[in-house]
Write a protein of this length. Structure first.
Length: 398
């Protein structure tokens, strides 16, 4: 019997269902996968599982010899040693001494220069730290930050004003990864982001967990600031008062008007941080369902990230005896981002089902991309975009 096009689409859509999503998520978040940390046995299991699922659907690997895996060269940087930070005002007698973790965190992401020291370095407030010509926005206009430390608001202007950027929907310009990269492009030596739970979307405790433990960085990542860090709301307020604002809100209002008048520079008298580095190889997973006819070279991309935080060790205290002990916890990552990887598999099942019914579809090729090291700062996606030769103009967003 002839099947109508609408019936074909409905049949394919049914491949995206709660039962299959749950089944794949359960596998990816199971204890055997140990939280899917890059470069571990959990990664090996994840790669094998994804390869078996996509091979069953007739997808191919786009890399050499039909491989689904794109090696991403990473470095593991150990937990940071951080000194106190001393900041002063060149124009008054004000001077502050600040404690790492309590007031700030600041580390280096350089895989080959793991010890960094900042002495007698100017500190300047640069609003949101955004250069976005399409929004007629440039926080660095008129400022020379080369070799200096920049203090930057988290999120983007739309968080405060619905008529700016995309309103409450944060753009890439609001992400900490963008802020770090833009500061480096401007030649800054160091960057500090101002934390508030509302603008960041998570509490200070999350900053401490993610920025003080060992973490992964891209090898040869190009230019990054020597030091990257965060300051608490209370420390930021203290600094902004010395810079010339009455409080954090008045600094935000000045940033929204892109006004740099009256800003004073402070001075970081001393700060140092050090860590050690070791190489890690992880993989992006990429699968392709080839299209047909003249549009096969155009690519629709579905993406998610497969990694999570792995096994985390935490210090606990026995309340009865007062003794400290170490507890290990598997960060399973079912929702973040096992469910999205399960969705990639189900989407591939739907496209394959449509192909079974109508052999000449899809006309465009469909690429399923599961990035590594997203939790470490979009590293796998960054690497893929740098080295993959697909023409961005031929990639539809999916």
């Amino acid at each position: 019997a002839m099947v109508s096009r609408q019936e074909s689409i409905t049949d394919a859509k049914n491949k995206i269902n709660a039962e299959d999503l749950l089944e794949h998520t359960k596998v990816l978040a199971s204890p055997e996968y140990a939280g899917r940390y890059p470069g571990t046995l959990g990664e090996t299991k994840t790669m094998n599982y994804l390869q078996s699922q996509f091979q069953k659907l007739g997808a191919v690997g786009p890399f050499k010899n039909g491989s689904f895996f794109q090696p991403v060269p990473l470095s593991n940087l150990t937990r940071s040693d951080m000194s106190q930070m001393i900041i002063s005002s060149p124009t008054t007698n004000w001077r502050g001494v600040y404690t790492p973790q309590q007031d700030f965190v600041a580390v280096t992401s350089r895989s080959t220069e793991c010890s960094q020291e900042i002495t007698s370095n100017p500190l300047i407030f640069v609003g949101f730290g955004i250069v976005a010509p399409e929004y007629d926005w440039d926080d660095y206009r008129g400022l020379d930050v080369k070799g200096k430390t920049v203090l930057v608001l988290v999120n983007d202007p739309g968080f405060y004003r619905p008529d700016l950027f995309k309103g409450k929907t944060m753009t890439y310009y609001g992400r900490w990864t963008y802020k770090y990269a833009e500061a480096a492009r401007q030649g800054a030596r160091a960057i500090f982001l101002i934390h508030t739970t509302e603008t960041a979307g998570y509490p200070w405790s999350t900053v401490l967990v993610t920025k003080t433990m060992s973490n992964l960085v891209l090898q040869n990542a190009g230019h990054v600031c020597n030091v990257e860090g965060w300051v608490t709301t209370s420390l930021a307020t203290e600094l902004l008062k010395e810079i010339g604002y009455t409080d954090l809100n008045s600094a935000i209002q000045a940033a929204l008007s892109q006004s740099i008048e009256g800003r004073k520079e402070l001075l970081i008298e001393s700060y140092s941080t050090s860590r050690s580095s070791s190489p890690v190889v992880s993989n992006n997973f990429v699968a392709l369902l080839k299209g047909h006819e003249d549009l096969a070279k155009e690519v629709i991309v579905y993406s998610g990230h497969w990694d999570h935080f792995g096994i985390v060790k935490r210090k606990k205290k026995n309340e009865a005896t007062g003794e400290e002990y170490e507890e290990t916890e598997i960060k399973a990552g079912a929702r973040d981002n096992g469910l999205s990887v399960a969705a990639l598999i189900c989407l591939a099942m739907a496209h394959r089902r449509l192909q079974d019914i109508e052999p000449d579809v899809p006309r465009r090729s469909i690429l399923f991309f599961a990035a590594t090291a997203e939790e470490q700062g979009l590293l796998g996606a960054d690497y893929y975009c740098r080295v993959t030769n697909e023409n961005p103009d031929e990639i539809s967003s999916g």
